[in-house]
Each structure stands twice: as structure tokens, then as C-alpha cells.
Design a protein around this ligand. Sequence first.
Ligand code: UD2
Length: 362
Amino acid sequence: MLVNISKTHILISFVFLLILSGAIYTYLENITIPFSFCQPCHENSEPVVDEVEKRVETKHCPHMGVGNLKMKAGLSYPQPSTMIGRTDVNSVTNWNAPLVWEGTFDPVVIDDIYRRMNPRVAVVVLAVGKYTRFLKGFLESGEKYFLVGLRVTYYIFTDNEQDVPNVTLSEGRKITILPVPSAKRWQDVVLSKMKWATVTIDKQIRNEADYLFMMDVDSVFHNRFGAESLSQMSAVLHRGYYKNINRDGFPYERRPESKAYIPAGEGDYYYTAAVWGGYLEDMYRLVKYCYEQSEEDAKNNIEAVWQEESHLNKYFLYNKPAKVLSPEYLWSDYDAPGSDIKLIRISQLVKDYAEVRPNGGH
Ligand code: UD2
């Protein structure tokens, strides 16, 4: 009798434990992850390349990777097709990364996936000298279109704190102002962006963000710039060169004396430095790389032809971005878009270079 009671107890306990673990599993599967825990994933990864032979080896972050693209059951959206899609443009690179255009993703699906992930996104912008005048348009339009529904902190580096406008931000979004010194040359401002970003990621941003975007302030958002732009490393095709069929026509740094040197006959695309983003730690390495490479150049009395943009292009040639964003992700009011640009998500403003820059000129 005693033996029988024990067996029954064991059986009941086993069934109970089975149900309990099932319930815990289901709960964990469905909760929204409030923070990403990506930093530890990168702790032991290699520092950025400074030699072209080396490659960046970043460990895959399990919280934001493909395995974590969870979508809620019952979401309503048109069935995706394997046969119908954009045919007027290429939507995949030759290293098999997505090349993102309007019509290559469904915002309903993307938003559900990323809002559940709930990442914290840092945006670094410089507004030095007269460039504070662009902050209002940038921030107000950003609140309408940039990663709506996600947590965003705009880190504004400025030498003129009192000129930072008071803009109403949505829930979960904020502005952090960081003082930087004024500069005499615009070239020094654009290069110092890399220095201030490196220092501030180390001191502060690392604890506050999962993704980081570097952006130029003299631009206005016009349409959705959503979570489809997020990846480990996303680079934007420069609107001026994306139709080039001869890579030797890209304005890469061609002087071997510069650290940004790319030899003739090499190159994939020409990327803009006005918008780029990715996982915080990957961005940290790249920002630091641009900073250190330009410092090396300075020691050798050379400045890359397009400053940080030249170093960025060298890096992306040998360390391919995980996503390439079409020029929809940075157009310019200087140019009329062709029929391949179905919508402009953000556009650089026309400006009087001579008037707005401390040392004038282009
Ligand atoms: C191009 C690139 C830019 C950068 C620059 C460097 C595009 C669309 N833009 O922009 O990313 O590579 O060339 O050669 O490809 N800034 C200030 N104060 C200044 C000067 C600059 O705050 O006095 C900041 C500001 O955030 C501005 C950014 O630096 O948006 C870039 O400077 P720019 O807009 O004068 O450079 P631009 O238009 O030639």
C-alpha cells in the first residue's frame, strides 16, 4: 500500500512539474525583452581592423539576431510572395545582405518584431556653430518619422547649448546635450564627430543604448525611417553615386599615403557618412576606427579627401555591412529623385555652405 501511494505521488509530481515548466517556457517566449543584453556578447570580440588583412570578428548577439525575430500570432498582413517584388532595383548585395528599398519589407511585420524587442537607440548628431539652426527641423521631423514607437535618445553635441530648441518628444524618447568646443574649420568639426562619439560611448552611451546611429543634423525626415533600417551594421548608399557602373568613379581616397586609401579597381558602393547605424558595440569599433585612422593621417600631414566618410568607405569595403540602405535613407534637396526612389525618408537641406560653415567653402 505504502509503495503504491509513493508511486502515485511521484506520478502527480512529475505531471505537475511538466505543466509548470511548460507554462514558464510559454511565458518566457512571449514576454517583451525590456533591455537588450548585447554588451556581454561583444566583450571578447576583436578590436577594429586597422590593417586590411584583418577582419572584424563580432560574436553574434542572440538577443537581436535572426533567431529572435518573434512576431505575435494572429497579426494581419498581406501574404509575402516569393515571385512578386521590386524588379527595377537590386534588393540583395553580392554578399547576400538585404538592400532595403520601399516595397522590400512590410512595416506591419517589422514593427511588431522590433517593438517586442524594444531596443534603446542612440542618435549622435553634432550641431556646432551655426548648425544649431537645423536642430528644430531635424528633431521635430524625427519625432514624426524616425523609429516611431521605439526608445530613442538624441545625443546633441554642441558649442551652443542655449540654442538647442525645446522640442516635444514622444514617450520613451529624450534629448541629452553634450558640450563640445567650437571649431575654426568645418573639416575639424566633421572629424571631431568621431572623437566625441568615441569618448561619449565609453563614458555614457554604452550603458544607455543597444543601437547607435550617426547622423548629420542638416536634414529633415519626410517619411517612415523605421526598424527595417536596424541591423548589426547598416550603411546608406550615397545618392550621388548609387547608379555608378564604374567603381573607379567613386570618390574614395586614392592617395596611398592616407589610411583611407582604396586602390583603383576595388570597391562595392559609395556610402554616405551622413547616416549610418548598427549595434552599439559594432558602431563603437567603427567610430573609433575612423577617429584613430584620421589621427594617424593627421600625424602624417594628410587629411582624407572626404574626411570620416573616406575612412568609413574603406572600412565597409573590407568589413561588409549587414544591411545596405537605399538612398531613400538619405536623399538631398539638391536633387530630384528618379522613379526608383518611391519615397524619400530623410533629405539633406540645401544650405549656403559659405555662410553656414566657420571657414566657408565646400
Ligand atoms: C558631407 C557628408 C557628411 C560628411 C562631410 C565631410 C553627405 C550627405 N554628407 O556633408 O556626412 O562626410 O561631407 O566631408 O554625404 N557640422 C557642424 N558644424 C559645422 C560643420 C559641420 O555641426 O560647422 C556637423 C553637422 O552635424 C553637419 C555635419 O557635421 O550636418 C556634416 O557637415 P556638412 O553638412 O557641412 O558636410 P556636407 O554637407 O559636405
